[in-house]
Design a protein around this ligand. Structure first.
Ligand SMILES: C[S@@+](CC[C@H](N)C(=O)[O-])C[C@H]1O[C@@H](n2cnc3c(N)ncnc32)[C@H](O)[C@@H]1O
Length: 248
């Protein structure tokens, strides 16, 4: 479903995934949209009235040019500022309170978050991994960030999580259950349940793959079984685990 901002004359339409990320940005913040690509999220943040100023950054020239076109198209040249930057390196982080990193792999997001200027409790991270969300949750905990919220959002054939986090300096090792399910475990909304089912389905496939190897590692398989059962136990009507419905 595409959503429209009804108050705007020339409103940008965001996908449910980007809309969820936009709504996680704090009102009144100066934001950065890292890996902006088309620039939609950066421009929508201003259009929505959430941010007065947004930096739209990308590591590649092509996407940044695309963002510049979007900024011009919506007449936001005085509000949205394109920056060529690897991660947050070239961004004026002292001025930026909310950093959005959406549409990248969890491992890439973790590497971008290694900039010490982000180790500041006042800053808010809004993160939306396309893959390896477990690597992101683990990396956040290890680096001393605390997960503040997670929202599952269905978009097309996929269900994503949008995470918010802030630095506390309290580093910890995340367990497997937390790494795979984060703050979505125990949520009962349709999209969260769908997310958890898919995680269980993926882990089931991983276990089945291990079982088919010549010398299956019983410890690894038992670990996966435990994890799958823990997740299943938290899904309303989790008995469906292992069926086709959970394999997405
Ligand atoms: C798949 S697009 C996501 C676009 C948008 N954020 C979204 O969620 O729809 C990923 C973008 O991240 C950019 N990118 C990849 N690595 C990056 C890095 N280290 N720093 C900044 N941007 C990066 C790519 O050039 C690309 O434009």
């Amino acid at each position: 479903m595409r959503r429209l901002y009804p108050t705007m004359q020339n409103p940008l339409r965001l996908s449910p995934r980007l809309q969820t990320a936009a709504l996680a940005v704090r009102s009144g913040s100066v934001a950065a949209d890292v890996g902006t690509d088309h620039g939609y999220l950066a421009c929508a943040l201003v259009q929505m009235g959430r941010c007065g100023k947004v930096y739209a950054s990308d590591i590649n020239h092509g996407p940044l040019e695309q963002a510049v076109k979007t900024i011009r198209q919506y007449g936001l040249e005085n509000r949205v500022f394109p920056v060529l930057s690897d991660g947050v390196k070239a961004l004026p982080l002292d001025e930026i309170s909310d950093v959005v990193i959406a549409g990248m792999g969890g491992d890439l997001i973790v590497s971008i978050l290694q900039d010490a200027r982000l180790y500041c409790p006042e800053k808010r991270l809004v993160l939306q991994p396309m893959t390896k969300p477990e690597v992101l949750r683990r990396g956040l905990c290890q680096a001393g960030f605390e997960l503040l919220s997670e929202t599952a959002v269905a978009d097309g054939r996929f269900v994503y999580s949008v995470l918010t986090a802030a630095y506390t300096g309290r580093a910890r090792q995340a367990g497997d259950l937390f790494s795979y399910t984060g703050l979505l475990l125990g949520q009962t909304g349709t999209e969260a349940v769908s997310y958890l089912r898919r995680v269980a389905g993926r882990l089931g496939k991983q276990r089945d793959g291990l079982l088919q190897t010549r010398r299956p590692d019983p410890v690894e398989i038992a670990k996966l079984e435990t994890l799958i059962n823990q997740i299943k136990g938290e899904i309303p009507d989790g008995k469906g685990y292992g069926t086709a419905a959970l394999d997405g």
